[in-house]
Ligand binder design. Structure first.
Ligand code: SF4
Ligand code: SF4
Ligand code: SF4
Ligand code: FES
Length: 944
């Protein structure tokens, strides 16, 4: 067996608690009732041979290799499908069993190419292992008969190949696709000798419904489904446990290594967020870390008209520090600031915010959460008392009714989506609130009970109408509210939601969702034993984002749906460490742990440890930074791993702001869009080079471990530390663990956290301190963090952004499965096979009235600007609504988005832009400018 192979106990763990005693090969064993004999044996250290069984899917009982003898029973039951009983006496090794197993293996091998020595799976093949285990020495049937040895290889998927000549038709792949992933892309076609694995209706993998999650590859016991990286590079010799650096699910992976080269990322079975599952991004799209466009040398330039000049680290850092110092001298202490990255580790983020506060001497620090989940932080803190989701992902398995609002989990949080779909297949009910017909509305074996296809911008009326129905129809959990919530606020909220304008009939008129659908959904959620809300950026990225978050918390409190497994209000966080970057004090008004900078006592703690006086005034938020830059008051910015020029709304305004600054330092992997405005480029590290922690959407602190040395020669925290030192502030950590120790010392919710502790326990969900030494999977048990749950009235204040004759359609934006955020990483992987550009989805009716056909180039214009892109005519969007993604800088989706933002947090209103779509006549002015800048960006002088 390969040293990187994970243990396989043959069949899934029994869910029963009761213990039974059995005898296996003469030795007593105590195992869970409901276990299969195979599982019981393997847990007791006895390996029963197997081929069609694996512990990630239900047993199937087809290969007949796992036969055992049970005293008092006739024949030879399959151990993978036979359940243990109290007192059962089992023999796994007898002469009769050995003969039977050899026979089975002979049949398999007689239709298998015997090229083990040159096979990519050599050393990691269960068929090979089983041949050895049963002592197979010859094959009596010969190889002359009919066989599948000439079956054609399907190489269409960029990441794995399918070689049917090696298939033993065990159906592990089919079951993995059904049960683990929930895509149902594979079937066993034909019968008997003709049986074969087929993708969709006998298509190639690339043309089938397969979403490249890799579950089938993981499950395959032979070399039939095999990673191309293993075929090309050979088997790994060791592995390092780490965490995916894409979305907020935070999947654990084994980076399987051959020497110092990564040859595969294998989802880790004991990963507490993913339980051995993965999606196409984490599993396969890691090649960007060695992409040829990655910048590995620090670079500087006087002006953005100059070409970049490669320099040494010392020169780059002292150049940046000097420019910041000069700016502060000329324009004042508050004229510079920094942005932390939700892609970086907590340790890297912590010291960037520390640099801003301690070395720049102000609080001008913000993070990309500003433009995604800042309303979550605000809304949940106001109502419940803490700025984070309430449940672990596993809680969904106890949910009876699930509401998904403004989130598209199958694309943006695929591993959690698979878990949710598993629960839905078990019978949980589903309500989808989304302007688009997302996959969850209807996909194989999943059909939403209610889909509320609301018009973008009408979330708040919908949540109010749901609440109206729940209150007016007596579905409030009075006992829960009386016991746990603030009753004055509850009374005021009740009055608010009962207003006539919040009735389903009134809301139907503005949202476009029929009143009976709203009522039906409300009744379903309101009468659920366990009702769970999951939401995404379709909630937060609105001018009423914070109102909507509070509206959902109100609804959950009113129905008693917080503080128990299966319930809760759960933000699906976009980026891998967006929770962590917020926790680490990346906001201008809060120190780590969400404590106000104005609080003298809190500030005092930090001042004492950091040996510096801190500014008591909150600093600029990102939009304020841009406005101040245009006003000539904000001149320098240190940007860690964030592409403001592509990801922030109203691109031309952002570009004007960046273009007016005197020193922009970009720390990133690639020369991104923001780097076009930069004066210093400090190359960053990929997650494969980082040592630290990420925090996922369920507050889980996961370890990130380096599998290679920083390719550009310096850890990112060290770059920040040296910049702080060059600015005159003494930072002197010797490693990442020390930074976490300081975080724990200063942040009560992290008090018990250290690298050592995480390495021992795997991962932990904060708060993790004296009160909760092993962390807190479910928040607000028994009592809300703030004491009594606070209801907040959620009157609807419509956005200023309205459709009119000139801009009659509403644009909303989102993500697609194979791409991630601004696409900087995923566009530099083979994921581009599935996604070449941002597309504009438009309803057939809207397309027809504009003379637009599927695949046409169209112009998309708003009052902020216009771009051209390719149209997809589809009923996924309703009439009056168009949709696009923002992964491609060349498309410039944010050229059209506006300056409107959430009233409480300034989170931009990406989800509602009044636009017009027309056949494209020429490329937009902005796109011409983009091309010009791109040419200039390419100019780099080799040495200083
Ligand atoms: S990669 Fe995933 S989706 Fe595709 S066939 Fe395999 S299990 Fe199914
Ligand atoms: S492809 Fe692999 S997992 Fe699927 S049936 Fe064939 S051998 Fe089994
Ligand atoms: S679901 Fe998210 S964390 Fe998990 S592998 Fe995919 S991108 Fe990575
Ligand atoms: S492993 Fe039990 S029948 Fe195949």
């Amino acid at each position: 067996m390969n040293p990187t192979t994970q243990a396989d106990l043959g069949t899934p763990e029994s869910i029963l608690e009761e213990i039974v005693t059995v005898e296996i090969d003469g030795l007593p064993a105590r195992v869970k009732a409901g276990s299969t004999i195979m599982r019981a044996a393997r847990e007791s250290g006895v390996d029963v041979p197997k081929l069609c069984a694996t512990d990630s899917v239900k047993p199937f009982g087809s290969c007949r290799l796992c036969l055992v003898e049970v005293e008092g029973r006739n024949g030879y039951p399959a151990s993978c499908t036979t359940i243990v009983e109290e007192g059962m006496k089992i023999s796994t090794q007898t002469d009769a069993l050995a003969r039977l197993r050899r026979n089975v293996m002979e049949l398999y091998i007689s239709d298998h190419p015997l090229d083990c020595l040159t096979c990519a799976a050599n050393g990691d093949c269960e068929l090979q292992d089983m041949a050895g285990a049963v002592g197979l020495r010859d094959v009596r049937y010969g190889y002359a008969g009919e066989n599948h040895l000439d079956a054609e290889i399907d190489d269409s998927n960029p990441y794995f190949s399918f070689d049917p000549s090696k298939c033993i038709v065990c159906s592990r792949c089919v079951r993995a696709c059904d049960e683990v992933q929930g895509t149902f892309a594979l079937t066993i076609e034909g019968r008997g000798f003709e049986s074969k694995v087929a993708a969709s209706i006998n298509e190639s993998f690339i043309d089938s419904e397969c979403v490249s999650c890799g579950a089938c590859v993981q499950a395959c016991p032979t070399a039939t489904l095999m990673e191309k990286s293993i075929i090309d590079n050979g088997q790994p010799d060791h592995s390092v446990l780490t965490t995916c650096a894409y979305c907020g699910v935070g999947c654990s992976f084994k980076a399987d290594m051959k020497g110092d080269q990564v040859v595969r990322m294998t989802p880790y079975k004991d990963g507490q967020a993913n339980h051995g599952h993965s999606c196409v991004k984490g599993r396969f799209a890691w090649g960007y870390s060695t992409h040829k466009e990655r910048v590995l040398d620090p670079m500087i330039r006087e002006s953005t008209d100059d070409p970049w000049r490669k320099v040494g680290w010392e020169e780059a850092i002292s150049y940046a520090a000097q420019r910041f110092k000069d700016i502060q001298k000329e324009y004042g202490r508050k004229s510079v600031g920094g942005i932390t990255s939700s892609r970086c580790t907590n340790e890297e983020v912590f010291i960037v915010q520390k640099l801003v506060r301690a070395a720049f001497g102000n609080n001008n620090v913000d993070t990309c959460a500003r433009v995604c989940h800042s309303p979550t932080g605000y809304g949940l803190k106001q109502t419940l008392g803490t700025s984070a989701g309430t449940q672990p992902f596993d809680s969904v398995m106890d949910a009876d009714v699930i509401i998904v609002i403004g989130a598209n989990p199958t694309d943006a949080h695929p591993v959690f989506a698979s878990q949710m779909k598993r629960r839905l297949r078990e019978g949980a009910k589903l309500i989808v609130v989304d302007p688009r017909h997302i996959d969850l509305v209807r996909s194989p074996h999943v059909c939403a009970d209610y889909h509320l296809p609301l018009l973008p911008g009408t979330n708040v009326p919908i949540i109010n109408a749901l609440a109206h129905t729940i209150v007016s129809e007596g579905l409030v959990d009075e006992e829960y509210v009386n016991e746990r919530c603030d009753l004055d606020s509850f009374a005021a909220w009740k009055e608010c939601v009962l207003k006539p304008e919040n009735s389903p009939e009134s809301v139907a008129e503005i949202s476009g969702v029929p009143a009976e659908v709203i009522r039906g959904a409300a009744r379903l959620y309101g009468s659920a034993e366990n009702g769970a809300i999951y939401y995404g950026l379709g909630v937060t990225e609105h001018s009423q984002g914070s109102t909507m978050v509070m509206g959902m918390a109100n609804l959950a409190m009113a129905t008693g749906n917080i503080g128990f497994s299966g319930r809760g209000v759960n933000p699906l966080r976009g980026q891998n460490n967006v929770q962590g970057s917020c926790d680490m004090g990346s906001f201008p008004h809060e120190l780590p742990g969400y404590r106000p900078v104005q609080d003298d006592e809190v500030r005092g703690l930090f001042e004492k440890l950091w040996g510096v006086e801190l500014d008591p005034e909150p600093g600029y938020r990102i939009p304020n930074m841009f406005d101040a830059a245009i006003a000539g008051q904000y001149k320098g910015m240190y940007i860690q791993g964030e592409d403001l020029a592509q990801s922030d709304p109203n691109t031309q305004h952002v570009e004007a702001a960046l273009g007016s600054m005197e020193c922009i330092v970009v720390q990133d992997l690639f020369l991104n869009e923001t780097a076009k405005f930069a004066h210093v480029f400090l190359p960053g590290t990929s997650f494969l080079e980082k040592d630290g922690t990420f925090i996922n959407a369920e507050r889980r602190i996961n370890r990130v471990r380096p599998v290679m040395k920083p390719r550009q020669g310096k850890a990112e925290w060290l770059i920040t530390q040296e910049l702080a030192q060059a600015l005159g502030y003494d930072m002197s950590y010797s490693n990442e663990a020390e930074i976490m120790d300081e975080i724990a010392e200063l942040t009560p919710t992290f008090a018990n956290v250290s690298f050592k502790f995480l390495d021992e326990v795997g991962s932990v969900q904060w708060p993790c301190n004296e009160k909760a030494p092993m962390g807190t999977p479910i928040m607000h048990i028994g009592e809300f963090v703030r004491g009594k749950g606070l209801f907040i009235e959620t009157d609807y204040v419509p956005t200023e952004e309205r459709t009119n004759r000139k801009f009659p359609l509403l644009l909303t934006t989102g993500r697609t499965l194979t791409q991630y955020n601004v696409g900087a990483q995923t566009r530099r992987t083979d994921n581009v096979v599935w996604y070449k550009e941002d597309l504009l989805e438009i309803h057939p009716h809207d397309a027809e009235t504009r003379g637009i056909n599927d695949g046409d180039r169209v112009s998309l214009s708003s009052r902020k600007g216009d771009i051209t892109l390719t149209a997809v005519v589809t009923e996924k969007v309703q009439t009056g609504v168009v949709y696009t993604t923002f992964h491609d800088p060349e498309t410039g989706a944010n050229v059209v988005t506006t300056e409107y933002s959430d009233w409480a947090t300034s989170c931009p209103e990406y989800k509602v832009t009044a636009v017009q779509v027309a056949p494209a006549v020429h490329r937009s002015k902005w796109q011409h400018q983009f091309e010009k800048r791109a040419k200039k960006q390419g100019k780099i002088l080799e040495t200083s």
